[in-house]
Design a protein around this ligand. Structure first.
Ligand code: ATP
Length: 246
């Protein structure tokens, strides 16, 4: 089976500083892949290259079979993206936000109408459909942002710290949505600082100073490092990092 994401010595430098240093990994189709690392490790820089938002300095990567150096428009059509920083329009209603983002991907009116009611039902937001997004609690906004990011049924969705700042119960609900998306065949690439979320991933990569310090299933990582939790795996790896402030 073709991989959803492949990278080979993918590198990004800013002047003399190497933010992402020759990373090589594969993400399988349908996999939930956690992308961890301390602050400044290079996660966002790597993710931006994979989303076609920034060109690699050297090395190669493909996303949904397309080259990140030459086929960025095709990549953008094949992926969904959600980050805490790039989110919904607070001064549009729930329904208007859905319609706006679905329109960008050129979906038909019938598709948008039918899928909007399914999404509102799934999120139990039917009664809020015509309320401004700005009035919703943060956890609901994030669930809605995720549903909007996969509304056009992309092959891969990139989530950049999607659950930052919400309580554990809402995070758990958010992860139920991730599992459902993965069940529908969408590959999930997710960065997080929460180690309980790392446990929910099929495989996890941990970046240290621009390189991949470790990559395996949570179970495999715990065995390799001889510890009982992802927290301890992370601490063991991050302790050797030079860039981290945490
Ligand atoms: N445009 C840029 N110019 C110069 N340096 C940059 C640029 N973008 C990122 N960096 C540097 O590259 C390093 C990696 O940053 P990046 O944002 O990728 O880390 P991160 O792992 O996503 O961290 P965080 O968890 O804090 O978001 C940092 O030292 C950062 O200062």
């Amino acid at each position: 089976m073709q991989d959803a994401i492949t990278t080979r010595n993918l590198t990004k430098t800013f002047g003399s500083f190497t933010a992402v240093d020759a990373i090589t990994f594969h993400v399988k189709k349908g996999e939930i892949f956690g992308f961890l690392g301390a602050n400044g490790a290079g996660k966002t820089t790597a993710m931006r290259m994979l989303c076609g938002l920034s060109f690699p300095t050297s090395g190669k990567a493909t996303v949904a079979g397309f080259d990140v150096a030459t086929e960025t428009e095709k990549i953008k059509r094949s992926i969904g993206y959600m980050s805490q920083k790039f989110s919904l329009y607070e001064d549009l209603t729930v329904r208007e936000n859905i319609r706006f983002y679905a329109g960008i991907y050129g979906k038909s009116r019938a598709f948008i109408r039918e899928k909007t009611s399914r999404v509102l039902q799934q999120l139990r937001l039917e009664n809020e459909a015509d309320k401004l997004v700005g009035a919703l609690p943060l956890g609901w906004k994030q669930k809605l942002a995720f549903s909007v990011a996969i509304f056009h049924e992309p092959e891969i969705v990139f989530l950049d710290e999607p659950t930052g700042g919400v309580d554990p119960v809402t995070r758990r609900e958010f992860w139920n949505l991730i599992y459902e998306a993965a069940g529908d065949g969408i590959t999930v690439f997710v960065t997080t600082h929460y180690m309980d979320e790392a446990e929910y991933c099929d495989r996890v990569s941990i970046m240290v100073d621009g390189k991949i310090g470790a990559l395996d299933s949570p179970k495999g990582l715990k065995e390799t490092f001889g510890v009982n939790s992802m927290d301890e795996v992370f601490l063991k790896l991050a302790r050797g990092a030079k860039r981290s402030d945490g």
